[in-house]
Design a protein. Structure first.
Lengths: 484, 329
């Protein structure tokens, strides 16, 4: 049975680690507890022990950075291959820098006694205490009969190095949402009830173990670790642009949910980044209409020629050119100030089942409509097929998000950090225009610009939008590459 | 006012005081009247209350229990004596199928406020048919309450509760404790059924034991204290219903537990206690639950063999040491 090898969390504040060196070869047989990997955090370099025995297959190379809890390899049985669909789930490393913990446990000296099957001999009491304190029993020397670890062997020990991140099921358990409603206690094991009693935890706030269908000792422990991590995170400078508060501090669902979508993977990344965005910036949105009669006419012509860009492509092309004229919008806030970025890379939001992803059209302003349209089609297809590469997701300086196909005119898009602005594109519609008593219709759509007021003010934001609207009235200008 | 009396006198006093207090209470059994019972449990009662309330019966355990069940259903509060616990087997239909079941079968409209008293345990070289510890058999039957006191004080309080209880109870008198002296108040008092007693507090290991073995365990605990081993001894007193809560609370404190009983080990109450502990306190155990009990064999007649057969202080000590063992420490 293949087991995942996850980037360990070596301290409450460690967010990511970089592979510095594999101490064994890809495909080598390793024993649980053996040092197999050296990782770097921004504070320290440390060895990581194998969590299981088996054939170790790498899922990351030297220099790769992984968030804590992300898969960096597999432990496989003989002749076993990594499970299908196991391509790295690595997301771009977060740009926030969290200080790594400096309180690493001392190096382990002796391994615990194990059975031939690899089970560590430890009393139930010792197992509970180890789970509560996040101690790796594999690193503890047992003094009971046959080397059994007893609770006294854990006196004075605190958390040990290779402890997987709390959020990704330290004990390999799958969580189901907390089920408690009103005054009804959820189903729970005796051990879970006692542990919750001991720690003063309301069982109704604890997630169920999906496999067991009830609260277990492990889910209580996970809950407690989550609460501790949240407490620690919130005490770390409120001003820092650190992660959103973990969901474990939230009250339980007010009704028994019909289903609960886990805040993990893509959903988790979106939740974290969007909350971080709104929590850390001064965002506001303006709406401006743009007339698209000229674009519609231009598109009809190209359609006849068989290579029509989408309306969004026109807007992206106009936006890219507007960005070169309004460099303050193509910016990033740094410690030194508002950094104006010379090259324009526009990200385009692509909706996926259960989330969205923002691939980046590189050097957007230098592309003619045809090149831009070809690239946006390619990226959208790759996004839906899950074939985007990391470089295709990185480096965006501005984003465009479209909801027009759903009949939306204006909305308030949320900035994709570390950008300072994002443009929302509404539906193409017919508007009635009265001009000196003459009534006519015009093709129009609404632009919704959200920007970070820290970087620039309303007037430059409006001027930027006007430039886009003006450019959309002259599609031929959009076909001329702009050298930036 | 308190004074020292024997275990058997404490029993006798509880019966007498309840008979004085309640005219519905009466006794029946073999030789309990003029003779006062083979262990003198009922001494003097016939003289005080007369032959109608202290009845000598023929040698028929079925008849004795049957009489008690009928009288109880009719509204009296009988105390019926089975001389040796071994003989309850003769009356098992009356005990298991009638006494324990009537309230249930009649939907609560019939109650059986009957107390069965009997002598249990070995140590008198009374051989295999007069020395058994059969408490596990009767604890297995829903509808019965089973008490097994370890000292005179508990005997009087528990016997009083048995007589006052509105459901069938079985009071087991340990034959080797009949002469045990202890402080017992003169005035009537009741010890609630289903409540364990912590005979001795400790922090390192919990010993659960009852009747004579509870006293032996306290002696062992006193000895081990001189070595710095702190033993907590819990006497459940009532075997059914069992006070699991007190036992579990103790195990959570000490993380180690042994059960000591005179009955044979296989399917003895030690198995039930161990099972409840692993259900309720699994995560608090640092060692498997230890059991000290008799081997799977009838109780021997030979005094030497019987002494070997019964759990001894040495075996209790050894079991405590084994759950405390940390050879690698």
């Amino acid at each position: 049975m293949a087991s995942e090898f996850l980037m360990p969390k070596l301290g409450l504040t460690m967010e990511e680690g970089t592979i510095a060196e594999w101490l064994v070869g890809d495909g080598d047989d390793v024993q649980a507890g053996a040092a197999v990997l050296r990782i770097e955090t921004d504070k320290t370099e440390t060895d990581v022990e194998a969590a299981h025995s088996g054939r170790l297959r790498f899922a990351g190379d030297v220099g790769d950075t992984f968030a804590c809890g992300e898969r960096i390899g597999w432990f496989l049985a003989d002749g076993e291959e990594p499970p299908a669909g196991s391509a790295s789930t690595a997301a771009p490393a977060a740009s926030t820098t969290a200080p790594a913990s400096t309180t690493l446990a001392p190096p382990t000296v002796a391994a615990a006694a194990t059975t031939p099957g690899g089970r560590i001999l430890a009393s139930p009491m010792a197992r509970r205490v180890a789970a509560e304190r996040n101690i790796d029993l594999g690193a503890v020397r047992g003094t009971g009969p046959g080397g059994r670890i007893v609770s006294a062997d854990l006196d004075g020990l605190t958390s040990a190095p290779p402890a997987p991140a709390p959020a990704v099921a330290a004990a390999g358990i799958t969580l189901a949402p907390a089920a408690g409603i009103g005054g009804i206690a959820p189903p729970a094991t005796v051990a879970a009830r006692q542990l919750a009693d001991l720690l003063g935890i309301d069982l109704r706030s604890v997630a169920l173990d999906a496999r067991e269908g009830r609260v277990t000792r492990d889910t209580v422990a996970l809950h407690v670790r989550g609460v501790l991590a949240a407490a620690s995170a919130s005490s770390l400078a409120a001003a820092s642009t650190s992660a959103a508060a973990p969901s474990s501090s939230l009250p339980p669902a007010m009704q028994a949910p019909s289903t609960t979508i886990k805040l993990s993977g893509m959903r988790g990344t979106i939740a974290k980044r969007m909350h971080e965005s709104l929590a850390s910036m001064a965002q506001l949105t303006l709406h401006m209409d743009a007339d698209l009669d000229a674009v519609v006419a231009d598109r009809e012509q190209r359609k006849a020629a068989g290579n029509a860009p989408s309306y969004t492509d026109y807007v992206i092309a106009a936006t890219a050119r507007a960005l070169t004229q309004h460099p303050v919008v193509n910016s990033q806030i740094t410690d030194e100030g508002v950094a104006l970025l010379p090259t324009v890379h526009v990200g385009m939001a692509v909706a996926l089942d259960g989330g969205l992803i923002v691939p980046v059209i590189s050097d957007t302003a230098t592309r003619g409509l045809e090149s831009l349209s070809a690239e946006s089609s390619r990226l959208a297809a790759a996004a839906r097929d899950g074939n985007l590469t990391l470089p295709e997701l990185e480096g965006g300086t501005f984003s465009v998000s479209t909801l027009g196909m759903f009949g939306v005119d204006g909305f308030t898009p949320v900035i994709n950090p570390p950008n300072t602005a994002i443009l929302g594109v509404g539906r193409l519609r017919d508007d009635v225009v009265v001009n000196n008593g003459d009534i006519s219709t015009v093709k129009r759509l609404t632009l919704s610009l959200t920007w970070d007021h820290r970087a620039f003010d309303g007037a430059p934001a409006a001027e930027f939008c006007q430039t886009i609207a003006t450019l959309l009235q002259d599609p031929s200008a959009l076909d001329t590459p702009v050298s930036s | 006012m308190s004074r020292k009396i024997a275990y058997v006198q404490a029993f006798n006093e509880a019966v007498r005081q309840e008979m004085q207090a309640n005219d519905d209470v009466f006794c029946a059994g073999e030789d309990i009247g003029a003779f006062g019972g083979v262990f003198q449990s009922y001494a003097g009662l016939q003289k005080e209350f007369g032959e109608r309330r202290v009845v000598d019966t023929p040698i028929s355990e079925q008849a004795i229990i049957g009489l008690g069940v009928g009288a109880a259903v009719a509204g009296l509060r009988p105390i019926v004596d089975i001389m040796f616990m071994d003989f309850i087997a003769v009356a098992f239909d009356q005990i298991i199928n009638q006494a324990a079941k009537l309230k249930y079968m009649f939907g609560g409209s019939a109650t059986v406020p009957m107390t069965i008293t009997t002598g249990g345990g070995g140590g008198l070289s009374a051989a295999a048919q007069h020395s058994q510890s059969l408490e596990a058999l009767i604890c297995h039957i829903p509808g019965l309450k089973v008490v097994y006191p370890s000292n005179p004080y508990d005997m009087k309080g528990l016997m009083t509760s048995c007589i006052r209880e509105n459901n069938p109870t079985i009071m087991i008198k340990h034959k080797r404790l009949l002469g045990m002296q202890g402080d017992v108040p003169e005035e009537p008092y009741a010890i609630p059924l289903g409540k364990a007693n912590i005979l001795r507090e400790g922090t390192d290991v919990t010993v659960v034991s009852w009747a004579k073995m509870a006293n032996d365990s306290v002696d062992v605990a006193d000895q081990l204290a001189s070595e710095g081993i702190s033993v907590e001894v819990i006497d459940p007193r009532t075997m059914q219903p069992l006070d699991t809560e007190t036992i579990v609370a103790s195990v959570k404190k000490t993380n180690r537990v042994i059960v000591v009983h005179e009955a044979v080990r296989f399917a003895g109450l030690g198995a039930e206690v161990a099972a409840q502990i692993q259900e309720e306190a699994f995560d608090y155990l640092d060692a498997p639950v230890g059991r000290v009990a008799a081997p799977f064999s009838p109780v021997p007649f030979s005094p030497v063999l019987e002494a070997h057969y019964q759990p001894s202080p040495d075996r209790i000590t050894e079991a405590i040491r084994s759950v405390l063992a940390r050879p690698g420490a």
